[in-house]
Design a protein around this ligand. Sequence first.
Ligand SMILES: Nc1ncnc2c1ncn2[C@@H]1O[C@H](COP(=O)(O)OP(=O)(O)O)[C@@H](O)[C@H]1O
Ligand SMILES: [Mg+2]
Length: 278
Amino acid sequence: MTWMPCTRRCAGSPCLPGTRWESPVRTLEKAINEAGVAVDEMVFAPVAASLATLTADERRLGSILIDIGFGCTTYAAFSGEKMLISGCFPIGANKINDDLVHRFQTTAVGAEKAKREAGTVLLSDVGEEETLSVPTIEGRGSHVISRRELCRTVRIRMQETFELIAGEVWRQMPQDAPCTGVVLSGGGSQLDGIVALAEEVFVKRARLGELEGLVDATHLLQSPELPSRSPAVAMGLLAYAQAAADSDTHVAVRDRGRSEGMWSRLKRQLLTKKGGVA
Ligand SMILES: Nc1ncnc2c1ncn2[C@@H]1O[C@H](COP(=O)(O)OP(=O)(O)O)[C@@H](O)[C@H]1O
Ligand SMILES: [Mg+2]
């Protein structure tokens, strides 16, 4: 989901980037409210992820957060401690699996397993002779495919996704806005070699957005079932709600006139924890 509901009462709304999402967001909110959960505010997914991953310096000196989820890849660019642009492409890590299913006539489960265990975007690391076995599409047998071909298919989709985002980011960003690099989050950022590919496409330094400085009381983040950067959005939402709860002033939800105050409080409370200067 691209817009994530924040069910704690939060002051201000610094993260609603535009009005074109207004109608679907309200419909989603209504559906959640009717399910018995009161939505206080919606936070755009990459904005939430940025709160869990970006350092104060990255936010100040400029960086692009890209969250690669299951069905969508979302992005937000920050500079001078402000969010400058943001957006979403309905192409997530699962699109790679669809490509693999079609290309190699395998099952969705087989494609996911092959991608995780044998996939990389670094084609030079893969020998021409390397092979692997994947289930046949009806799931009753298996066949042998070239690992190089598998990785080429993975790389084409991932490279295209980054190129789409880069095109939008460079088109929308003010020309003089500084940008130190790209930070990757979401389960899709587990893909081998993804940092190098991001650096190649964006011609910027890139890194994985590890979820640092957060107390994991439930040890959920240590679960081998959960890709380590997958919950960046959820973690960011918790940080957002916590910062709002900690703040002294609880103003009306979606009181956009107060958004600067809220943003400043978030920076102070979250980024200082991450060792930055807010
Ligand atoms: N090791 C891995 N290599 C490549 N992709 C991975 C790996 N682990 C998880 N993923 C991908 O991460 C995606 C899920 O990301 P996640 O952030 O959990 O999704 P969402 O936030 O949209 O629910 C899946 O499509 C999955 O294929
Ligand atoms: Mg995710």
